[in-house]
Design a protein around this ligand. Structure first.
Ligand SMILES: [Fe+2]
Ligand SMILES: [Fe+2]
Length: 277
């Protein structure tokens, strides 16, 4: 089976390209399951209930988040009631949300999704390695396909998590830096790995925000509003091929959809809809 993780979706441009491209992408690449990191979906920081519903309607099956998870407080109800959105598993137990989602894919296979937050250049959180062991240890043995989003800054930490979970998770894929890395591989135990799957949003930017605003504030120390940029919008992520019987990965490839490709995919989805009707 084939599973896609879409990297950090930034603001309206990020949500827009997911809405245009994902239906066609699911069809063309035969995707059984789609995970999206939505921590920047609302104006670049946090996620609202409307953003959650928009992403699910676009074809996303499960949403992971990160350090900006609670920036929009109105998401708390969704975090506590919906089965397909997770908080980082190494957050305090008392923080809102579930640490694990088990969601049925289009082919009927159950997929476990968890996310972990790094501890380098980030707010102090519980040990991600111990949290991963705890959550995986509590999974029913018939759930074989396990997708881990490691949301962190340090590539070394991400590699360590890949090795720590090699043979126990189907994939350990990174998010948070908003920059895709070219290190996708299958580790010796059969876990697909990549330090960061990249950002879904405007690439003519500083990590999704307007260049002039970030530059001005950097040069003058005068705080500015870091508005979401608009140019060169791309959908970035990675597709992993997994044997549903064993949960082991056999292939991983990067996906980068620009606006032109997104329009083509939108036409593919539209043509399929018309044929079905
Ligand atoms: Fe992010
Ligand atoms: Fe983040």
């Amino acid at each position: 089976m084939r599973l896609l993780l879409i990297g950090d979706i930034v603001g309206k441009p990020g949500r827009g390209i997911v809405a245009r491209a994902l239906g066609g992408l699911i069809r063309e690449q035969g995707l059984d399951f789609v995970i999206a990191n939505g921590e920047n979906a609302a104006g670049g920081s946090g996620i609202t209930p409307a953003n959650y519903r928009e992403l699910i309607a676009a074809g996303v099956d499960c949403i992971t988040l990160g350090d900006h998870i609670y920036r929009r407080r109105e998401i708390v109800d969704i975090l506590e009631t919906e089965p397909n959105i997770v908080k980082p598993a190494n957050f305090p137990a008392s923080s809102p949300g579930r640490e694990l989602a088990v969601v049925r894919a289009r082919n009927g296979v159950q997929v476990a999704v968890l996310s972990l937050l790094g501890r380098v250049f980030m707010r102090p959180v519980d040990c991600p390695w111990a949290a991963a062991d705890r959550v995986l240890g509590g999974l029913p043995s018939d759930v074989k396909v396990i997708m881990v989003d490691f949301h962190g800054e340090a590539t070394s930490d991400k590699q360590l998590m890949g090795r720590h979970l090699d043979g126990r998770a189907s994939a350990v894929l990174g998010t948070h830096t908003h920059v895709p890395t070219a290190d996708e591989c299958i580790l010796p135990g059969g876990t697909a790995f990549q330090c960061d799957v990249g950002m879904t949003g405007p690439y003519d930017s500083i990590l999704g925000r307007r260049v002039d605003r970030v530059l001005e504030s950097t040069l003058t120390f005068n705080p500015t509003h870091f508005e979401v940029a608009t140019g060169d919008v791309r959908l970035s992520g990675s597709v992993v091929e997994v044997d549903p019987e064993t949960g082991r990965a056999s292939a991983i490839h990067r996906v980068c959809i620009d606006q032109q490709e997104a329009e083509r995919l939108a036409r593919v989805a539209h043509a399929v809809e018309r044929t079905v009707l």
